[in-house]
Design a protein around this ligand. Structure first.
Ligand code: FAD
Length: 415
């Protein structure tokens, strides 16, 4: 964007935190700050309708449910239904049920589609008097290493606005302006491409009884609920495949074969896209008074359902850190934000990587070869037969803390 002459900008407003992006990360930050009595402004470049309809994740893990619970917000922001705590792995047509209940006290994970969470977070924040501005264009961040950063943007009617603040929460995803505002050389990007593609399909078709992962020589497939009458399906495909290569009959034929379910009920396909499985971590997750939250800092391959849940974890840590700074002049949380987030990020990256490799290598040996296929089958066998292995898996699925000072389980509560 061309730099505007300073006199064209309205005199700056002032707030404590400007939140860039109204996805799960930004809206959670906003709700938690508002709940703590800390003022903030959320700037989102898209319309409310667009943001409310974006369908992606489907499970809020147990840790995140308990995080909202600890803030007294679970009833307000979580829709969907509690998970029954069981996953199905179907290997060459043979079904194996694995529990994702790690035996800890507290509410379980919830089957809550991402768009339902976003709608509820939006409604809760606005009902509480929150300041959320849609269609904010040309956002730019200034003086991030000074005491009072400024965020500039253009409203839908073309007015140029500026907001001075104490902190900027960069919650605008992988392609947002926040991370792009950090000078070159400050952040290190750790990237990994699995060399695997997925076709993902949303359809108005009956959901499975429980999340289903299928392994077969035809390639990986999965079937998840996205509400009472909708499903998301995944099909392994070549990394550079195109959705146009997957007309409806091919999708349903491949699903029936790979899920070993000849009676699978089809339905109208409402969305279809292909993408590469990749993982990305930016370190550190902070530059001056800009804090990166959620996908702005890291991307996790979708296997294991960690991306949105990591965003919620970052949001919790950031909101606590700001609250402690503003209320008690305690800077510890802000100082350790990046380090605490990154410990969990790497933990979840490892889990997602392990599950990705296991479920792809076990079926299709064209990618990694027969030796890795044997290793992956051995890992699955251990998961299906060893209570200890299954318990470790459940702990990782639940997302509960094994990391001190890294979230709602740190014993401090939201205060
Ligand atoms: C197909 C698919 C399936 C997935 N499945 C799962 C799953 O099963 N489980 C799971 O946990 N995760 C899943 N994920 C990942 C999950 O969707 C993301 O991790 C999650 O959306 C991250 O939330 P966020 O708020 O950080 O970013 P986003 O959801 O990307 O939100 C960023 C927001 O910032 C806005 N924005 C962007 N740029 C700007 C700008 N310049 N100015 C202002 N606003 C801006 C965007 O419009 C958006 O509203 C999936 C992702 C995909 C693509």
């Amino acid at each position: 964007m061309a730099e505007q002459a300073p006199e064209l900008w309205e005199s700056p407003e002032s707030t404590t935190v400007v939140v860039i992006g109204a996805g799960p990360a930004g809206l959670t930050v906003a709700n938690l700050l508002r709940h703590s009595g800390i003022d903030c402004v959320v700037l989102e470049r898209r319309t409310r309708e667009h943001v409310a309809q974006r369908q992606r994740a489907g499970i809020v893990e147990a840790r995140a449910v308990r995080m909202f619970d600890s803030w007294g917000l679970a009833d307000q922001v979580l829709g969907g239904v509690p998970s029954d705590g069981t996953l199905e792995f179907r290997v060459d047509g043979e079904s194996h049920l694995v529990s994702d209940d790690d035996g800890s006290e507290g509410p379980p994970a919830r089957l809550c589609p991402q768009q339902v969470l976003v709608q509820k977070l939006t409604a809760g924040y606005l009902a509480d008097g929150g300041d959320l501005r849609f269609e904010a264009a040309d956002i730019s961040l200034h003086d991030l290493t000074g005491d009072r950063p400024t965020v500039r943007y253009r409203t839908a009617d073309g007015t140029l606005r500026a907001i001075a603040c104490a902190f900027v929460a960069g919650c605008d995803g992988d392609r947002g302006i926040s991370r792009a505002s950090v000078p070159d050389g400050v952040l290190t990007a750790h990237a990994f491409d699995h060399g695997i593609g997925w076709l993902t399909v949303l359809a108005d078709a009956p959901p499975p009884a429980r999340p289903l992962f299928a392994v077969s020589p035809h390639g990986f497939a999965a079937h998840f609920a996205r509400g009472p009458h909708a499903s998301r399906y995944y099909l392994q495909c070549p990394p550079d495949d195109h959705p146009g290569a997957w007309p409806d009959p091919r999708v349903w034929d491949a699903l029936r074969t790979r899920l070993a379910d000849p009676a699978l009920t089809p339905g109208p396909i409402t969305d279809r896209e292909t993408f590469r499985l990749r993982s990305l971590v930016h370190d550190p997750m902070q530059y001056g008074r800009l804090f990166l939250v959620g996908d702005a800092a890291h991307i996790v391959s979708p296997m294991g359902g960690k991306g949105m849940n990591l965003a919620l974890h970052d949001a919790d840590l950031f909101a606590r850190a700001v609250r402690d700074s503003v209320r008690d002049h305690d800077e510890t949380g802000l100082r350790t934000y990046s380090q605490c987030c990154l410990r969990r990020v790497w933990n979840d990256q490892e889990f997602s990587h392990w599950l990705t490799r296991t479920l792809h290598d076990a079926g299709d040996d064209t990618h990694s070869g027969p030796f890795h296929r044997g290793l992956a089958r051995a890992r699955l066998d251990r998961l299906f037969t060893s209570p200890t292995a299954s318990r470790a898996f459940a702990e990782l699925m639940a997302g509960l803390d094994t990391v001190p000072n890294a979230g709602a389980q740190d014993g401090r509560g939201p205060g």
